[in-house]
Design a binder for this molecule. Structure first.
Ligand code: CP3
Length: 345
C-alpha cells in the first residue's frame, strides 16, 4: 500500500499534504441507514464487533459513502475487559454494562485471553484488502484510565463514583488494574497493527474526570507507558491521543508528556488556545462540535472555515466527539466536501 498518498499519514508525519485530511469519530454507526440494516444481522452488538464479515462491512460503509481520508476499525474499547474475562453487554438505550471489578478477588480473577478478540485482527486484514490505497486505516483502544473506569464501576451512568473513590481509598488497587490494562492494551493494539492498521488512536473518553496531579498520575503517566511500549516495537506507527474533556492546562501536559504524535481536541478547547499552546507542540485533530452536523450546509461550511482559518490546511479535521445518532447522513457529506473545498480567505 502506498502510504505516501495518504493525506492523514502525511499530516501526522510532517510531509507535504495532498489535501486537508478529514474523518469523523463514530463515522460508522446508527445515523447511517445501511448500518441499522447491518446491525440486524447480528444478535448483539458484541457479535457485530466479533464477526469479521460484519465488522469489516461496518468499517467500510462510511468510506463508500463519503470521501473521507481514513477508515476507523469497527470495534469497541471494551473488548479489552471482555478478553480479560469480564462479562460485557451493550444495553440498547443505556450503553455498555460490565460486571464491576469491586474486590481483590475480582482483580485476581482477571485473565487475559487474546483468543476472545482474535477476530478483530481478522476484521483488520479483511478490511485492509478492500480499502483504496489513498484511505488511511486507523485502529484504536481506550485510554487505560477510561477503560479502568468502566471496569471498576461497571457502567457510566453515575459518573464512576466507585473508581473516583478507589483513587483515594485504594490507589494500589487502581494501579494494579492499570498495569493489567497496559499489557492487554499493548497486545490489542499491536495485533491491530500487525494485521494492517497504519495509525492508532487512544480514546481517553473520561480523562476530564481528573485534573492537575490526578490527571498526571492516572491519565498522562499510564498513557506514556503505553506509548513507550508501542514505540519500542513499532516506531513507524503514529499515535493520536484523545483526552476528552480535559481542562486546557491538562491538555498541555498531555501533549507534552505522553509521547503521542498528534492530539485530538474536543470542542471545549478554543481555537486560539489550540493554535497558540497546543499546535506548536504536535499536529492537532478535531474539534467541530458534533451538533454542528445537525445544522444546514451553510453553518457546516462556516464552522469548517473557522477551524481551518485558525489551524491551517494541515489540521486533521474531525469532530470534538462522535457523530450524533440523529445526524442526517447528507450533512456528513457536506462536511467532508467543505473541508476538501476549503481555501484560505
Ligand atoms: O466509527 C467508529 O468510530 C468506530 C467504532 C467505535 C465504536 N466505539 C463503535 C460503537 C469506536 C471508535 C468506539 C469507541 C468507544 N466505545 C469509546 C470511545 C469514544 C467515545 O465515545 O468516547 C467508548 C467510551 C466506547 C464504549 C461504548 N460503546 C459506549 C459508551 C457505547 C454506547 C453509547 C453509544 O454511543 O451508543 C458503545 C456502543 C457502540 N460502540 C456503538 C457503536 C457504533 C453503538 C451501538 C449500537 O449499534 O447500538
Amino acid at each position: 500500500m502506498d502510504k505516501s498518498k495518504q493525506a492523514l499519514l502525511q499530516a501526522l508525519t510532517g510531509q507535504p499534504i495532498a489535501r486537508t485530511p478529514v474523518w469523523l469519530m463514530r463515522q460508522a454507526g446508527r445515523y447511517l441507514p445501511e448500518y441499522q440494516a447491518l446491525r440486524l444481522k447480528a444478535p448483539t452488538f458484541l457479535d457485530l464487533c466479533l464477526t469479521p464479515a460484519l465488522a469489516s462491512e461496518a468499517t467500510l460503509q462510511p468510506v463508500r459513502r463519503y470521501d473521507v481520508d481514513a477508515a476507523i476499525l469497527f470495534a469497541d474499547i471494551l473488548l479489552v475487559p471482555y478478553a480479560l474475562g469480564r462479562s460485557l453487554v451493550f444495553q440498547d438505550a443505556r450503553g455498555p454494562k460490565l460486571d464491576p471489578v469491586d474486590s481483590g478477588a475480582a482483580l485476581n480473577k482477571l485473565d487475559w485471553n487474546p483468543k476472545k478478540i482474535e477476530s478483530v485482527f481478522e476484521t483488520v486484514s479483511l478490511t485492509k484488502r478492500k480499502l483504496s490505497p489513498k484511505t488511511a486505516f486507523i485502529g484504536f483502544s481506550g485510554g487505560l484510565w477510561s477503560v479502568a473506569c468502566y471496569m471498576i464501576d461497571g457502567d457510566s451512568r453515575h459518573g464512576f463514583p466507585a473508581t473516583l473513590n478507589a483513587l483515594r481509598q485504594r490507589p494500589g488497587f487502581v494501579q494494579s488494574i492499570l498495569d493489567i490494562l497496559l499489557a492487554a492494551t499493548k497486545e490489542y493494539l499491536l495485533g491491530q497493527i500487525q494485521a494492517g492498521v497504519q495509525v492508532v488512536q487512544i480514546f481517553d473518553s473520561w480523562a476530564g474526570l481528573l485534573t492537575g496531579d490526578d490527571f498526571l498520575r492516572w491519565v498522562v503517566t499510564p498513557t506514556n507507558r503505553l506509548v513507550d511500549l508501542l514505540k519500542k516495537e513499532r516506531p513507524d506507527i503514529p499515535i493520536i491521543g484523545f483526552p476528552r474533556g480535559a481542562r486546557d492546562e491538562d491538555y498541555q501536559v498531555y501533549v507534552r508528556h505522553t509521547g503521542v504524535d498528534a492530539l485530538s481536541i474536543d470542542d471545549s478547547i478554543s481555537l486560539d488556545f489550540a493554535k497558540d499552546r497546543l499546535q506548536p507542540v504536535k499536529p492537532l485533530q478535531g474539534n467541530v462540535a458534533p451538533s454542528v452536523l445537525l445544522d444546514g450546509e451553510r453553518v457546516i461550511r462556516q464552522e469548517v472555515d473557522r477551524v481551518l482559518s485558525a489551524l491551517g490546511p494541515r489540521h486533521i479535521v474531525n469532530l470534538g466527539h462522535g457523530v450524533l445518532p440523529k445526524t442526517p447522513p447528507d450533512h456528513v457529506a457536506d462536511f467532508v466536501k467543505a473541508v476538501h473545498a476549503w481555501k484560505p480567505g
